[in-house]
Design a protein around this ligand. Structure first.
Ligand SMILES: Nc1ncnc2c1ncn2[C@@H]1O[C@H](COP(=O)(O)OP(=O)(O)OP(=O)(O)O)[C@@H](O)[C@H]1O
Ligand SMILES: [Mg+2]
Length: 431
């Protein structure tokens, strides 16, 4: 019996449709939840130090007692909304850990299918932020890379394999541990080789092909064939009879892949598919042409199917190996307000810190935050709009206040609307 490789596994929260997404963020009562400390003695990764190899823990002990809901709660502290994505990630990470644990305990699952995840959604809504925040909890080796890195350098097979070798570095050189790691590939939409549209990098197809074998069951040499130094060292060591007990290859069967991308323009492909099906009467009778025309980007992304990704320019085999798909929704002005007010990673803490460095206390009124959020919403770049707006609003204040006598100020709608006027007032009042 042939199975649709793209179909979500039954029992998975994503099992009912091709792509699920959460209800628009309603972060009304998001209480802070303290996440249980993970008890994984492993080469855990610090996201803040990309490229720095983790120090190997001498202990091989592996205890993981987080539940999907606890992972989602941890994510709630940093990421506003995106409840469906949190759910899907929570389940995928827990499944992965439990699988790793049982495999290490000698309970083999010969028919285990990897639940590789594809996260999509508009720019600046928290896709990378979700994974970055989850990485804090991750106790298996974890590697993050941008797919663009590979398309820029052409399709040298070794490049993609380097991701796997990076896992070994993260695992402090322990191949066995690396074989249970997680690889996160951002910006995968940039690998698409569109037939229409200009300037797409044709090497994207090569990169996708190289990724295929890693995503399923491949063996990657521990020493890169392109790394002459390592090759020579390995040969010399072998001549001296020092060949270590380390395997020569890393098997990727149990490595989990999480990929993400904004997939700008995918909504148009989905809309035209739904519209032609509605016109031809071949689609779901519920999807009338007028209903389809009323769908916004979030609604359309929720209907994404394998064929849409293929038309977008992804290889069928590549999409097929990403069975778990979830769309992040756009952020409206209310969500952006919550991003500022509730997220532990809120930008306002950065501004508080920056002013505090000069002994200046800044306070944010709710009305002031709402004004910032409304302005950011106009930028149409998700939460990234907040950075643009804050930079604009605080530019003069950050320049002038450190050399002034002003010791505190409040961010009000008036200040947001006219930062220069507010600065003049503050300077005048401090004389
Ligand atoms: N839902 C959210 N909750 C809290 N902060 C957010 C959220 N979405 C985005 N941010 C903030 O905006 C920044 C940019 O978001 P992120 O990098 O996750 O975007 P993205 O969805 O990956 O977009 P792109 O497709 O352009 O890479 C984050 O570092 C974070 O500070
Ligand atoms: Mg991103």
């Amino acid at each position: 019996m042939s199975q649709d490789p793209s179909a979500p596994p039954s029992g998975h929260p994503n099992a009912l449709g091709p792509v699920t997404r959460g209800p628009a963020a309603s972060a009304k009562s998001r209480a802070k939840v303290s996440t249980p400390r993970r008890r994984v003695q492993d080469a855990g990764e610090s996201w803040s130090k990309p490229g720095v190899a983790a120090v190997a823990s001498p202990s091989e002990q592996f205890t993981f007692d987080l539940k999907p809901r606890e992972i989602a709660r941890h994510l709630d502290r940093f990421v506003i909304g995106q409840s469906e994505a949190k759910k899907v990630l929570g389940v995928a990470l827990c499944d992965h850990f439990q699988h790793v644990r049982m495999t290490r305990e000698g309970v083999e699952a010969p028919f285990y299918q990897k639940q590789n995840v594809l996260l999509l959604g508009p720019t600046g809504v928290g896709k990378t932020h979700l994974i970055r925040s989850a990485a804090e909890l991750i106790g298996v080796p974890f590697v993050k890379a941008d797919a663009t890195k590979f398309s820029e350098t052409g399709y040298v097979g070794g490049d993609v394999d380097d991701l796997v070798r990076d896992l070994v570095r993260r695992a402090g050189g322990n191949v066995k541990r690396a074989e249970h790691g997680i690889i996160y590939l951002d910006e995968v939409d940039k690998l698409a080789t569109r037939t229409e549209g200009a300037g797409r990098d044709v090497s994207g197809r090569g990169v996708q092909t190289n990724l295929l074998k890693l995503m399923e069951d491949g063996d990657v040499p521990v020493v890169s064939p392109n790394d002459m130094n390592a090759q020579i060292q390995g040969a010399m060591s072998a001549m001296r009879g020092n060949a270590s007990a380390q395997p020569e290859t890393i098997n990727t069967r149990h490595i989990l892949f999480i990929v993400s991308g904004a997939f700008a323009g995918l909504d148009r492909i989905i809309r035209s598919r739904l519209l032609s099906a509605a016109t031809a009467g071949s689609g779901d009778p519920g999807w009338t042409a007028s209903k389809v025309s009323r769908l916004d980007v979030d609604g359309l992304f929720a209907q994404a199917m394998t064929s849409d990704f293929i038309q977008y320019g992804l290889e069928p085999e590549f999409v097929g190996r990403l069975p778990v798909r979830v769309a992040c929704h756009g952020l409206d002005a209310d969500d952006l307000f919550d991003v500022l007010r509730k997220s532990e990673s809120s930008l306002i803490h950065q501004y508080e810190r920056a002013f505090a460095a000069y002994g200046i206390e800044v306070s944010f009124t709710d009305a002031g935050l709402k004004s910032l959020a409304r302005m950011a919403d106009q930028e149409n770049t998700g939460a990234r709009g907040l950075m643009t707006v804050c930079e604009r609003v605080f530019r003069e204040l950050k320049f002038a206040l450190p050399s002034s006598r002003v010791r505190s100020f409040a961010v009000t709608p008036e200040l947001v609307a006219d930062p220069r006027g507010a600065l003049r007032g503050l300077l005048k009042g401090s004389r």
